[in-house]
Write a protein that binds this ligand. Structure first.
Ligand code: C2O
Ligand code: CU
Length: 485
């Protein structure tokens, strides 16, 4: 299976083994002095949560500082110093998903830093210049660690945002639980090699559903995060016939877009894969009534939030309440360098090559230090992470030049959708062969079977991971990296 035990013998097992990280050529940056304006400690460890209801058994989940999905709120421009303390019994790191940052703080084991061993620490220095809804999570044994709940929310507030009458953060995650509250296996070959291994206990902020309030006629900002390992969700909002109700999509992956009425989107929903976030502006009905927020995917409807009116908005505003335009580097589409990558089922050869005997210390060191599974089901351009019987980091999928605009086509030749994430950048989602997406900035884009999506960005220096965010897919091969010098 994918699960890895604590890799306590790392140093010893690596002795005499060539497990090279990338050489850092051309990456010398004048080290700008970093004056933290906010310092936090994030200790990964166990805590208890009653996921099967208030009268049910408690589950030993993982969380930072014992607070499930804790939310860090900071103003835009914050210089965040985050001290990670690994209280788990296996290696881990912290990855701040979607944040544009110096590469050395990106948290990808072997690629940007050594794995933090149990009891170890690592300090991340992050300039938070982009406002929005972000999150942070481990970047090793994600199926095991994030699967057990290890994640936190990072809200970077923009003082220029319009004032909302209410704001709510909604973290969606399913759990794989037995009746006694213990975890079922977090991955199964049939899931990992297909759509993923799903949890049947669905939650929002750790509960089956939440009841929220917002003033009648007022505007509620919902920050919705898909923190599940596997599930793709179709987020919609219902207000019945209530007078005045309306809902707009105002940001994707934290980045503002020109507000789109949910009703004007195909099927009235926004499809969101693991790691993707949206901000909604919900205008509440003028007098009474309840607004329902749910996942309307397929027949499996899950209503996770009800918003009741409480009080009256001081001054009714029509809306939508648009967020300020993102201040992100805009790629030059004409001058851009072009790349194309294909998401694939791993070839039989790749699968066989990787079937290293589990007791082979080389195999174990490779699996642990690259944080991969022992099986390969997926690949990008016939390369898997790692591919074949390599004993070190696979070569980069692409080499790019700092400051250069890049257009990257992502083609999905598999039978399953894949939410593809590029580290360290906010990219523009330029086009889709299925023509289903408005142009917007994002850090993760869902690519449907048979679809080709084009993204574009201005390349930032570093070695950046590029992978599917269905965690079992990334850990069984659908991961690579770009070297930008
Ligand atoms: Cu959300 Cu490679 O990460
Ligand atoms: Cu995938």
């Amino acid at each position: 299976g994918l699960s890895r035990r604590a890799f306590l013998g790392a140093g010893a097992a690596l002795g005499g083994l060539v497990l090279l990280g990338p050489t850092r050529t051309g990456q010398a940056r004048a080290a700008a002095p970093f004056e933290p304006t906010r310092t936090v400690t994030l200790g990964a460890g166990e805590t208890e949560l009653k996921l099967l209801g208030p009268d049910g058994p408690a589950t030993r989940i993982l969380a930072y500082d014992g607070v499930p999905f804790q939310t860090l709120r900071v103003p835009r421009g914050t210089r965040l110093k985050a001290e990670f303390v690994n209280g788990l019994d296996e290696g881990s790191t912290l990855h701040f998903h979607g944040i544009r940052m110096p590469n050395e703080f990106d948290g990808v084991p072997t690629l940007t830093q050594p794995l933090v061993q149990p009891g170890g620490r690592f300090t991340y220095l992050l300039p938070l210049d982009d406002p929005g809804t972000f999150f942070f999570h481990p970047h090793c044994d994600e199926t095991g660690q994030a699967g057990k709940g290890l994640a936190g929310v990072l809200v970077v507030e923009d003082p220029r945002d319009p004032a909302f009458d209410a704001e709510h953060v909604l973290c969606l995650k399913d759990w794989r639980l037995a009746e006694d509250g213990s975890f079922l296996p977090l991955t199964e070959p049939d899931g990992a090699s297909k759509a993923g291994t799903f949890g049947a206990t669905r939650t929002v902020n750790g509960a089956a559903s939440v009841e929220l309030t917002a003033p009648a006629g007022g505007h509620a900002r919902l920050r919705i995060l898909n923190l599940d390992s596997t599930r793709i969700m179709d987020i919609g909002v219902e207000g019945g016939e209530a007078e005045g109700f309306e809902a707009w999509l105002i940001a994707v992956d934290g980045h503002a877009l020109k507000p789109v009425r949910l009703d004007d989107l195909p099927d009235g929903i926004w499809r969101m894969g693991p790691a993707q976030r949206i901000d909604l502006d919900v205008r509440m009905p003028a007098d009474g009534g309840t607004v329902t927020v749910g996942d309307y995917r397929a027949s499996d409807i899950y209503h996770f939030a009800a918003i009741r009116t409480e009080g009256q908005a001081a001054k009714p505003r029509k809306g939508p309440l648009a967020l300020p335009k993102p201040e992100l580097p805009r790629p030059d589409m004409k001058k851009a360098a072009r790349f194309s990558f294909t998401l694939q089922q791993a070839t039989d050869a790749a699968v066989k090559n990787l079937a290293l005997p589990a007791d082979d210390p080389l195999a174990k060191a490779l699996i642990d230090s690259l944080c991969v599974g022992s099986t390969t089901y997926w690949g990008i351009d016939a390369e898997s992470w790692p591919a074949g019987n390599r004993r070190n980091l696979p070569p980069p999928l692409a080499r790019m030049t700092t400051g250069r605009s890049c257009r990257v086509e992502i083609r999905n030749e598999t039978r399953f959708p894949h939410p593809v994430h590029l580290h360290g950048h906010a990219f523009e989602v330029v086009s889709s062969s299925l023509d289903r997406l408005p142009r917007h900035f994002a850090d993760t884009v869902l690519v449907q079977p048979g679809e080709a999506v084009e993204i574009a960005f201005v390349a930032a220096p570093g070695d950046w991971a590029f992978h599917c965010h269905i965690l079992e897919h990334m850990e069984t091969g659908m991961m690579g990296w770009f070297r930008i010098v």
